[in-house]
Design a protein around this ligand. Structure first.
Ligand SMILES: [Zn+2]
Ligand SMILES: [Zn+2]
Length: 275
């Protein structure tokens, strides 16, 4: 089985990110692309900061500027597509929010999620994945170590089922020395394993300055050794990116020793043979 468990529901646009389009027709375009790339099932994981119902949570100006959509409309579009028999799952990309994870968990409870995807994008009020963002405030070593602290807290909270792009700070190719990086990987893998969280192998990094899959071979191997399950992810913001570069992602998983991929239903995960 091949899944793509990370994407954003957008309408068509000429090669660039299209406008948010929360309709079954938009879902169908993503499903068609998945079928063309041999992906059996896809999951939508829209950013939580797009939704009016969750407008109280985002603090970063970029995220606050995106609040404009109805969470019920999003859920209804995906649930309706599912009802029509399309191979889709309902998820949400949830941001790490220090001190507010319990409150957020409560707000998200009424919705029919298949899984929640957790991301650390913002640390100390600045973005890890923007330039200069957090990089303008802290040394490279400090960015990685602050990110690790946030990732560990997010995993430990058990608010989310899967961690997105686990080594996101490599996005611009800035990394600490080999010793510090090995220590990051060891601590991240241990925290993820003890929380019982799943990680994603994401091809999005191939389209970023770093030009690599998330996570690195070293982090993925450590996760595998500790029994951490995995999903596959494109982080598509246009339907054309669904399942993009998945040969590389599947090979990455196999190389690290993975023989299964995680499939979610109603926030319960199970393992299916990979491929
Ligand atoms: Zn993300
Ligand atoms: Zn995403």
């Amino acid at each position: 089985m091949i899944v793509d468990y990370h994407m954003h529901l957008r309408g068509p646009a000429n090669g660039r990110e299209g406008p948010v389009e929360l309709t079954v027709e938009a879902v169908e375009r993503f499903v068609e692309q998945a079928a063309a790339r041999g992906v059996d099932e896809i999951a939508f994981t829209e950013h939580m900061y797009y939704f009016n119902e969750l407008a109280d949570f985002p603090e970063h100006p970029y995220q606050r500027g995106k609040v404009a959509h109805d969470l019920d409309t999003y859920c209804d579009a995906v649930v309706e597509a599912k009802r029509r028999g399309l191979p889709v799952k309902l998820g949400l990309e949830v941001d790490w929010l220090p001190g507010r994870l319990d409150e957020l968990a409560e707000q998200l409870t009424p919705y029919p999620w298949d899984f929640l995807l957790g991301s650390v994008h913002i640390v100390d009020g600045e973005a890890v994945d923007m330039d200069p963002g957090l990089w303008g405030l802290l040394t490279v070593e400090a960015v990685w170590s602050r990110y690790l602290a946030a990732l560990r807290e997010l995993a430990k909270s058990r608010l989310v089922d899967v961690l997105a792009h686990p080594d996101l700070p490599k996005i611009f190719g800035k990394r600490p020395g080999p010793g510090a990086l090995a220590s990051f990987n060891e601590q991240a893998a241990t925290a993820i394993a003890s929380a019982g969280t799943v990680i994603e192998v994401s091809t999005a990094g191939l389209r970023k300055p770093v030009g690599e899959l998330y996570p690195s071979s070293d982090l993925l191997t450590r996760c595998r050794a500790l029994g951490v399950p995995a999903t596959l992810a494109s982080d598509a913001h246009v339907s054309q990116d669904v399942g993009r570069d998945f040969d590389a992602a599947v090979e990455h998983l196999r190389w690290a020793g993975y023989e299964t991929v995680t499939v979610f239903d109603g926030r319960v995960g199970r393992q299916e043979p990979l491929g």
